[in-house]
Design a protein around this ligand. Structure first.
Ligand SMILES: NC(=O)c1ccc[n+]([C@@H]2O[C@H](COP(=O)([O-])OP(=O)(O)OC[C@H]3O[C@@H](n4cnc5c(N)ncnc54)[C@H](OP(=O)(O)O)[C@@H]3O)[C@@H](O)[C@H]2O)c1
Length: 336
């Protein structure tokens, strides 16, 4: 088994590989679920290559993705860190095939959700348990209190938030120390730099950027000619409409330029850029393909100098990204 550089999330020393593996696309969001046996092999191949940090959520599938990780990682108990998330629920929890469009972070719901996640993940304790989205109906102190109780019961080790704003992070952290915030961050979505990252630095909270490859766009493998199926979530995202995909190629061109200089790929430069921002940042690129997993992992060896970072900054500041990162109704659920 290979060893990858490690990073620490939060003040309580959660040690994970410098790059994790986002597993969502294996079951959800980017088209129909992928072949289960192939995904089990892929997840195990990631462990063999030194990845010790795996990201899932109750809602991915729903449920399928947690079960996939539970089965894939069963031989590696205690050697890997699994992060999952709560906070969505079908509008009526008894409804079969219900649409998961409703937020629910009520303490009694969290208490129930954790039992299902523990079972599907086949673990006795969840390493990192994130609230998936801030629930405006439930004060964050109550959510943090519910997770604190689960930590005291030995069902959860670490508390995380996703897409929470500064006020929410501070209020939650005062009740139960937050180990990591998982939010979108990459060269094409830099909102967290304004207030979030300084707050995390001050409080000693790690940052786990999701969609670190810009949902695939920053790899240079998507352009205006790429066909996005209706089952692919990106077909609903303004930033991925044909016109914007064309306009946003200027950012890919910038990554290509640095990739050539570094003997790397655009995706590796995008990940290396994130790793270079702070030593407590751990991106979780997602893929369903072994050769891409291997490519992404090698980003850890792509060193960007201060001069490179300055050049990227200057060039990126001249590019205006076109199109919103989410459809409007989803953006409203972000706490940022
Ligand atoms: N907290 C949240 O609300 C939230 C939201 C979104 C995502 N997430 C988490 O973050 C993880 C990563 O985010 P993401 O999957 O949205 O976006 P991402 O990691 O930026 O990009 C994933 C996409 O890029 C493609 N890709 C990956 N490596 C590639 C490479 N080397 N060359 C070309 N294409 C490549 C993948 O396709 P292939 O599969 O075909 O390789 C997939 O379509 C998810 O798996 C999930 O665990 C969390």
């Amino acid at each position: 088994m290979k060893v990858m550089q490690k990073r620490i999330l939060g003040n309580n020393g959660l040690e994970v590989s410098a790059l994790g593996l986002g597993c969502m696309g294996m079951s959800w969001s980017y088209g129909p679920p992928k072949d289960k046996q192939e995904m089990i092999q892929l997840i195990r191949a990631a462990v063999e290559r030194g990845v010790t940090f795996f990201d899932t959520a109750e809602v991915y599938g729903p449920f399928l993705n947690e079960a996939l990780l539970g089965e894939s990682l069963a031989p590696f108990r205690g050697q890997v860190v699994i992060a999952t998330k709560f906070g969505w629920a079908p509008a009526s929890e008894s409804e079969e095939n219900a649409r998961w469009s409703a937020l629910n972070s009520r303490p009694e719901h969290i208490k129930r959700a954790v039992e299902g996640s523990l079972k599907r993940l086949q673990v006795e304790v969840i390493d990192l348990y994130y609230q998936h989205r801030v629930d405006p109906q439930v004060p964050i102190e109550e959510v943090a209190g519910a997770v604190k109780a689960l930590i005291q019961e030995g069902k959860v080790k670490h508390f995380g938030l996703s897409e929470a704003g500064v006020q929410t992070i501070c209020r939650a952290h005062a009740v139960q120390p937050v180990t990591a915030l998982q939010s979108e961050y990459s060269l094409w979505y830099r909102e967290p730099e304004k207030e979030i990252i300084p707050t995390l630095e001050e409080l000693g909270i790690g940052l786990v950027p999701f969609s670190p490859l810009g949902k695939g766009f920053l790899t240079g493998k998507i352009d205006e000619n790429t066909k996005l199926e209706a089952t692919d979530f990106r077909s609903t995202v303004p930033r991925f409409n044909t016109e914007n995909r064309k306009a946003n190629q200027s950012l890919v061109a910038l990554l290509h330029k640095f990739a050539e200089q570094k003997n790397a790929t655009p995706g590796q430069v995008a990940l290396a850029w994130l790793l270079a921002q702070k030593p407590w940042i751990v991106p979780i690129p997602g893929t369903t393909k072994l050769h891409r997993l291997e490519e992404n992992i090698k980003a850890v060896d792509c060193q960007l100098t201060l001069g490179d970072l300055r050049e990227i900054e200057e060039a990126a500041s001249k590019i205006t990204i076109q199109g919103a990162r989410y459809p409007e109704d989803m953006e409203k659920k972000s706490g940022l």
